[in-house]
Design a protein around this ligand. Structure first.
Ligand code: ACO
Length: 344
């Protein structure tokens, strides 16, 4: 389908009363690289197992001095600069994270202070790996309704603080990082439109992926620390199956809402949990792997930061053409899932 025709169809289908654009993106990765060879010295694993089972070769680990708000602030500054939006002009800040600096205040407030975004309403959003996509939908609805003009959406994680470095089945998977996007109204047709987002969840499967300790159900105690309840616990194989199914469903649903099919997609930015999940989803959606932007080999699974960082890297690479259709697809703890369609 021709780009102009695509644009007309997606706008009509999505009923864009006040279109919303991605005015700028940014990301930040901590300096320290933890390679598979480093992990071989920490737990009983091999580079060969990690690469063949997950596609991960290395990941970034934040320093002791860096918390999630620091990673968020660095990514946000880059997104604001690219958008040409001053921090003082932000109406809202959404920080999607499962690794906040602390339980209260929310990480959005900490970022607001660091940026000097005085008039922004701030909140944290917890939807695990799907958080950035949930955040995009919340921001889109605020801008679309006219309640806000500029919303900063951040996906950021310091997963290394919640990783059990004695558990080889999880510690090889995760990394730290942050990605951000500034949403704004697109009334002059400048492009980069966030056309639609679908989000969903199945709380009946909550037990398959969780951090059990430290909440009101099991408050922190000597016992919870001893039992290692403050770390990520995951039933990997089960998560894998649901991830493939729900990522496919979310991707198809989002495209259908815009009157598009997978044939119209130019780029897919998936949650980067496991290369085998991505390959399985690509096969089922019948979208060739050359259209999928991947950074899992360098970054591992950064939960809410994964698609946020990948999206920023892709659009800054210069490979995306004006009018291209981008599909973001995510899946994470909850279970939660979602997909966004952007026309560049
Ligand atoms: N090194 C060597 N061997 C290992 C390692 C390791 N790091 N980890 C596990 N093994 C062993 C297991 O002990 C097991 O051995 P056994 O057969 O003797 O019992 C064997 O490898 C196979 O283990 P599986 O768990 O079956 O391996 P699998 O192929 O399923 O891969 C993985 C595990 C990578 C975790 C995969 O299941 C996966 O990616 N799951 C999905 C993760 C995901 O999508 N998460 C998304 C959300 S994350 C979030 O929301 C924070």
């Amino acid at each position: 389908m021709k780009k102009a025709e695509q644009r007309r169809i997606v706008e009509a289908a999505a009923g864009l009363d006040r279109p919303v654009r991605i005015a700028g993106t940014g990301s930040y990765l901590p300096e320290r690289v933890l390679s598979n060879a480093d992990l071989e010295k920490m737990v009983d694993t091999t580079d060969e197992w990690i690469v063949t089972r997950t596609g991960i070769r290395e990941r970034r680990i934040a320093s002791e001095k860096e918390a999630t708000s620091d990673l968020s602030t660095a990514a946000a500054k880059r997104a604001l600069k690219q958008a040409g939006v001053a921090a003082e002009d932000l109406d809202g800040i959404v920080v999607a994270t499962m690794t906040p600096d602390m339980v209260m205040p929310n990480t959005g407030c900490l970022v607001q202070d660091r940026l000097g975004a005085r008039k922004a309403a701030c909140f944290g959003l917890e939807a695990a790996c799907s958080g950035f996509t949930y955040g995009l939908e919340i921001g889109r609805q605020f801008v679309r309704s006219g309640a806000m003009d500029h919303v900063l959406v951040i996906g950021a994680e310091k997963l290394s603080s919640f990783t059990d470095w004695q558990d080889r089945s999880t510690c090889v998977l995760f990394g730290d990082g942050a990605g951000a996007a500034v949403l704004a109204p697109d009334q002059d047709g400048a492009g980069h439109r966030l056309i639609t987002t679908v989000i969903g969840a199945n709380g009946g499967l909550a037990d398959l992926l969780k951090v059990p300790g430290g909440g009101s159900r099991r408050p922190a105690s000597a016992e919870t620390v001893h039992e290692r309840q403050h770390f990520i616990k995951m039933a990997g194989r089960e998560v894998f199956k649901y991830a493939v199914t729900e990522m496919c469903n979310a991707g198809r649903d989002a495209l259908k809402r815009c009157g598009l099919t997978t044939e119209d997609v130019d780029w897919v930015v998936p949650h980067q949990a496991n290369i085998r999940i991505i390959q399985a989803v690509a096969e089922r959606l019948k979208v060739g792997l050359e259209k999928w932007y991947l950074n899992i080999d360098r970054c591992g699974n950064m939960s809410a930061a994964s698609v946020a960082v990948a999206f920023d890297e892709l659009v800054r690479s210069g490979r995306v053409q004006s009018g291209d259709i981008l599909l973001m697809i995510v899946f994470g703890g909850g279970f939660t899932w979602g997909a966004s369609v952007v026309q560049w």
